[in-house]
Design a protein around this ligand. Structure first.
Ligand code: HAM
Length: 430
């Protein structure tokens, strides 16, 4: 017997009533990207594993969550757990730093894969919309990047969000801070989870990100990175904040925010929902600046900044905040069939569609009443009725539903008749 197959754990089917809403949101995002001058980039869903797994990376994403495989003994490949690494790889591979006016402003939308414990808002296959602004370093760009993400959330009508921001400073700031953290945790590290013990050695900044030990007494009064910032790093951060103030984007400084990925330097941010239904997976979009990635991939010393937005989370919040999205579209035309009219309904529907009208036609023989029910259910504005006797004279009946008016015309007048009707209707609505 055939098994009842289901979607794999942590994945989901998006059915038409859902994809309709997604498309609305995707359109809104693409429009705003266009306004901000970002252009789409599409990179492969899998990459050489080393694109993601950089030497001595301490993040959970790289160490525990990657779908890594090798086929026929070829080099190890990994399904992308995020978009940034692939985009920067591509930026370098295609020498975009030479060709384009800087900065390169790129956006992407697509599936990402992480082996995580699934729950609401957290999946093993999920979709990110992300942007990367690569090639220049300025606090104004950091603020501009946050402004784009923020304007998407606002344009969608979400009101209950807040921006958390922090700086990780430059290399010197972080080196000093890592030393301070090692000192702070040196007596308690033995009581922390196995991951934290690894993090203590590898990158103590990651300790602040631990979900298991967040309540451990040693997590209280942790030294703040702010105290270890070099004057240049502090000045850079102040300028980012001043730019956000100028744009009237409200934020909270969260000096424990370190983010889960290793490549960040200077500004990091997370935009979280404060809606009660967002639960534990409340981060809608998150990102920051990265100074070393372009060089890692063999490019020049160039900095970048970006964020990624979880589209599933965005949709959950849109629903929670009751944002109206993508109602089922009504039909322009429904072509009915009465008697032996052969392929005529399909031909008429094809003509209407070629003229751009959203059209369906009756397929199996049904009563007039049943067909009018379809007209009603699909909210068709015009019913085109292909009847046997009219067809013999190359004619067809057209009924304008809202006017309860029916006319008989030559078949070759159909499109001009529809054009006249819909043009008039459009003018009345304007
Ligand atoms: P991230 O914080 O790992 O950053 O992910 C960004 C967003 O993707 C999260 O805030 C969340 O909305 C969504 N997300 C992450 N994991 C899942 C999951 N398992 N299920 C559903 N949604 C999820 C990055 O990925 C960086 N590449 C962002 C970036 C771009 N930084 C610089 N440029």
């Amino acid at each position: 017997m055939m098994e009842n197959y289901q979607t794999p754990r942590g994945t989901q089917d998006l059915l038409p009533e859902t994809t309709r809403k997604w498309q609305k949101v995707e359109d809104l995002i693409r429009n705003l990207c266009d306004v901000y001058g970002y252009e789409e980039i599409r990179t492969p869903v899998f990459e050489d594993t080393r694109v993601f797994k950089r030497e001595n990376d301490s993040s959970d994403m790289v160490n525990k969550e990657m779908y890594t495989f090798s086929v026929h003994g070829e080099d190890s490949l990994t399904l992308r757990p995020e978009g940034t690494a692939g985009v920067v790889r591509s930026f370098v591979q295609h020498k975009m730093y030479g060709r384009l006016e800087m900065p390169a402003k790129l956006y992407y939308m697509g599936e990402m894969f992480r082996y995580e414990r699934p729950q609401k808002g957290r999946y093993r296959q999920f979709n990110q919309f992300g942007i990367e602004n690569i090639g220049m370093k300025s606090p104004l760009i950091d603020a501009e990047v946050i402004a784009l993400g923020y304007s998407i959330v606002k344009a969608l009508g979400l009101s209950q969000v807040k921006v958390l921001i922090n700086t990780l400073g430059d290399d010197a700031s972080r080196t000093a801070y890592r030393g301070a953290l090692r000192e702070h945790f040196k007596d308690s590290v033995g009581e922390l989870c196995a991951d934290c013990q690894r993090r203590y050695e590898q990158n103590p900044l990651r300790l602040l990100d631990c979900k298991v030990d967040s309540e451990h007494p040693s997590m209280q009064n942790v030294p703040s990175l702010q105290q270890y910032l070099t004057p240049e790093s502090k000045d850079y951060f102040d300028q980012v904040l001043a730019a956000l103030d100028a744009l009237e984007i409200p934020y909270e400084i969260d000096d424990k925010l370190v983010r889960g990925l290793d490549y960040y330097t200077h500004t990091v941010f997370e935009v979280v929902s404060t809606h009660p239904e967002s639960g534990s997976q409340a981060t809608v979009f998150a990102g920051g600046r990265y100074d070393g990635l372009v060089e890692y991939f063999g490019g020049p010393q160039m900095s970048g900044v970006g964020f990624a937005m979880g589209l599933e989370r965005l949709m959950i919040l849109a629903e929670a905040e009751e944002v109206a999205l993508g109602e089922e579209e009504s039909l322009d035309v429904y072509v009915m069939a009465l008697g032996q009219v052969g392929t005529l309904p399909l031909e008429l529907a094809t003509q209407c569609r070629a003229a751009g009208y959203h059209t369906e036609f009756n397929i199996q023989p049904r009563s007039l009443k049943a067909q009018f029910k379809s007209v009603d259910r699909r909210k068709a504005k015009v019913a085109v009725i292909a009847g046997e006797s009219e067809a013999a004279n190359h004619q067809v009946n057209v009924k304008f539903i809202d006017q309860q008016r029916q006319i008989t015309i030559d078949q070759d007048e159909l499109i001009t008749t529809l054009d006249a009707y819909f043009q008039q209707e459009g003018e009345e609505q304007a």
